[in-house]
Design a protein around this ligand. Structure first.
Ligand SMILES: [Fe+2]
Ligand SMILES: [Fe+2]
Length: 320
């Protein structure tokens, strides 16, 4: 049973009967004490807010978050957005094409992986080079490398699609490569190694087999600590790895969010760490900006409120 209609094409007044991934499900109780379901259904083009008003308790038992379901309902307009009033939900047991339901990087996993490998090969320092080829083996024949290629860079903030972490990493490394030629004092190998490894902890911080979410370990430790621990372990396994370099590298990972209130236990204190922080911040913001423009409602000149920026963004730049 293939998917026919995608979220972005659903219009007010339409009757919908199609496949979606359940990305949220909460059973609530109305003022009158009647149960209803708050449902989020998604596919690769977006997410739909939905309500199930009738037979909610019975319908809620049939499926869970991360299931693929067939939902039947009617599209209504609610506070300027399309919402689905769902009449029925049925769990789909047969194997579905996951790429229909989760967004994927437009730049392609393979070309991005090749770019990452070129960055790895550019690192000449023997310690850092060994570390990088261990974590990013070519071909990607470890479970971790396979997961790294698939992982999103975030749940909702930026690069929140399959391959997003790889895309973000490659982009940050490319800008850092430029900066290592621009500022004479920069240790280029250290900067590139930091760029390639800065978000590696996200491989374990996020789960993305179904809807994107944080793992328990991710919520409890966060990707900075997880990344630093991971790199620490790998450095210790490489014979003769310089302890000083290991510290500088871990410092870059732990400080890349820049400020204590953004989750960094230490603020950047080397030139490489300072540059990495600004570059990765810039790359996430530029990506979030472009995504917001891509999600613009037809004819709109302003985006919806953007939590990451704490403001509305202007899309009317190209007007005559
Ligand atoms: Fe990060
Ligand atoms: Fe990042």
């Amino acid at each position: 049973m293939p998917k026919v209609k995608f979220v972005k094409d659903i219009k007010e007044g339409e009757q919908v009967k199609d496949l979606f991934l359940v990305s949220g499900k909460t059973v609530l109780s109305s003022n009158a004490g009647k149960a209803y379901i708050n449902l989020a259904l998604r596919d690769r083009t977006g997410q739909l807010e939905c309500r199930v008003w009738d037979r909610a308790e019975e319908i809620a038992k049939r499926f869970d978050r991360d299931d693929i379901v067939e939902a039947t309902g009617s599209a209504i307009q609610y506070q300027g957005r399309i919402q689905l009033k769902v009449h029925d939900v049925r769990k789909v047991e047969e194997e579905a094409e996951l790429a229909d339901f989760l967004p994927v990087t437009r730049r392609g996993i393979e070309p991005l992986w090749e770019e990452l490998q070129a960055q790895v090969k550019g690192v000449k320092d023997p310690d850092l080079s060994r570390l990088l080829t261990t974590i990013f083996p070519d071909p990607p024949d470890t479970e971790e490398a396979r997961r790294f290629r698939q992982a999103p860079a975030g749940k909702s903030m930026h690069h929140d699609y399959i391959g997003g972490l790889l895309e973000h990493t490659v982009s940050v490394a490319a800008i850092c490569r430029f900066l290592s030629g621009h500022y004479e004092e920069v240790d280029g190998d250290m900067l590139i190694a930091g760029a390639l490894l800065h978000d590696i902890g996200k491989v374990r911080e996020l789960s993305y087999e179904g809807a994107f979410d944080y793992t328990d370990e991710g919520r409890l430790l966060g990707h900075l600590t997880m990344g630093a621990e991971w790199v620490s372990g790998e450095c210790a396994r490489i014979e003769g790895f310089s302890p000083h370099k290991a510290i500088l590298l871990k410092h870059m990972i732990l400080s890349h969010h820049g400020e204590l209130e953004y989750g960094s236990p230490k603020r950047p204190k080397t030139l490489e760490a300072i540059l990495l922080h600004f570059v990765e911040n810039m790359d996430s913001k530029a990506n979030a900006f472009l995504e917001a423009m891509g999600n613009l409602r037809e004819g709109a000149v302003w985006t919806d409120y953007q939590r990451m920026f704490e403001r509305y963004l202007y899309a009317g730049k190209k007007r005559e």
